[in-house]
Design a protein around this ligand. Structure first.
Ligand code: G3I
Length: 378
């Protein structure tokens, strides 16, 4: 995986294999040198003593961002291609009922570049087809709890077997907590959300972890959510994680990290990482990006103004300073960005559809932003 040598302000570092993609000449251009004229270092290499650096991708971005990804990260996750809607679109549990092609392409890309692959996700209230919850006559949400759980078990068993030894951890359940309670508007909750375990954990949540553990005891099982770094959602996630860990069903917590440059609290994130780790869990930042807009602001910027570029760099710098602190770094098992460059980000569609956001470390032309240098130099 390491085969190119870069000289960087007096120190010699090794870049990931993917550096040669630039030399080979693809659709991407080689990154411009940094502010002091130095070559662009690989975050994967710089952070090797700390934790893997990852990014989310899909078939389209393998084509358009492959060289940059391979140069910068050593861990990948499918942005959408392992979600139920894509990978298991039609009912049944025969091979023909699954669509493994797009996800296999991502795993192959990871393997070709010596990278880790995370699995995302097995249970979520979004991007899951209606048939999963439909009764025998097709009526929406009329399946029995037993039917829904049987479909869930088949799905989990098939996916974990398919990706055995290729995917090292799974976001088994994604976003089962709402801001106040469990997410009761989820079709999972409506059909299989009653709790028989005596601790209030909805059965579909606990069963998902049980099924996963049963089929592959070695793969790491994560609960993944946003907003669990502080406040009452932290407290509820902590209690739930403690209960699941005590049952031997949980290995890790994913703190998503969809924040804004105006509202992220790096110190609180560091505290949450250490608290979750105190339960004996691995902790990962799984979907990092920093929107350049305030929550609730629906205005639109034609380009990234210098003051926001500065603030974004400062916030990313603060976050990674916390991530490198001894106790936090020991607890942190990975930092994954939700994308790699601003030409592809889900935030162009949320919360204002069609508005350009610029939340990542590389710009639309794959050039390193100030934010990149704030993460790469310390
Ligand atoms: O694939 C179809 C395409 O055929 C169609 O033409 C197009 C029209 O809109 O839609 C395409 O599907 C979109 C899909 O992304 C693939 O690009 C969906 O509309 C769109 O809703 C979907 O959005 C994804 C979103 O999850 C789903 O809610 C985002 O890409 C993805 O980044 C986002 O990721 C989630 C994590 O999984 C969980 N945490 C939050 C995070 C952000 O919402």
């Amino acid at each position: 995986m390491r085969d190119r040598v870069h000289v960087l302000v007096g120190i010699t570092i090794l870049a990931t294999s993917a550096g040669n993609a630039f030399a080979a000449g693809g659709t991407e251009s080689a990154p411009a040198p940094g502010p002091a004229g130095e070559a662009v270092p690989s975050l994967a290499v710089l952070y090797k003593p700390y934790f893997p650096i990852g990014a989310a991708l899909g078939g389209a971005t393998i084509a358009t961002q492959g060289a940059l990804l391979a140069a910068q990260v050593n861990s990948l996750v499918a942005e959408n291609d392992m979600k139920w809607e894509v990978i298991h679109p039609v009912s049944g549990n025969e091979p023909a009922d699954y669509n493994f092609g797009p996800a296999d392409k991502i795993v192959a890309f990871a393997q070709d570049h010596g990278m880790l692959a995370r699995g995302h996700n097995l249970v979520w209230h979004q991007q899951v087809p209606a048939w999963v919850f439909a009764g025998a006559d097709g009526t929406p949400l009329s399946a029995t709890k037993a039917e829904v759980l049987a479909r869930l078990q088949e799905h989990i068993t098939t996916l974990l077997r398919h990706f055995k030894d290729e995917v090292y951890c799974w976001d088994v359940v994604n976003e089962a907590l709402s801001d106040r309670s469990w997410r009761t508007d989820s079709p999972w909750h409506k059909t299989a959300g009653s709790s028989t375990g005596g601790d209030g954990i909805p059965d579909y949540v606990e069963k998902a972890f049980e099924y996963a553990r049963e089929v592959d005891p070695s793969v790491k099982l994560f609960y993944n959510d946003y907003g669990i770094e502080s406040g009452s959602k932290f407290e509820r996630a902590f209690a739930f994680a403690k209960a699941l860990k005590a049952k031997g069903l949980l290995d890790g917590i994913g703190i998503q990290g969809h924040w804004s440059i105006y509202s992220v609290d790096p110190k609180a994130v560091g505290r949450a990482i250490e608290r979750f780790a105190s339960l004996g869990l691995q902790v990962q930042i799984t979907e990092l990006d920093l929107s350049v807009y305030r929550w609730g602001d629906s205005s639109s910027l034609a380009s990234l103004p210098p003051d926001r570029a500065e603030l974004q760099a400062r916030r990313y710098g603060e976050l990674f300073r916390v991530f490198r602190e001894e106790g936090v770094a020991r607890a942190l098992a990975g930092v994954t960005f939700w994308g790699i460059a601003d030409d592809h980000t889900w935030l162009d569609h949320f919360p204002v559809a069609g508005r350009k956001d610029r939340p990542l470390l590389f710009d639309e032309r794959h050039q390193p932003k100030k934010a990149f240098w704030a993460v790469a130099r310390w």
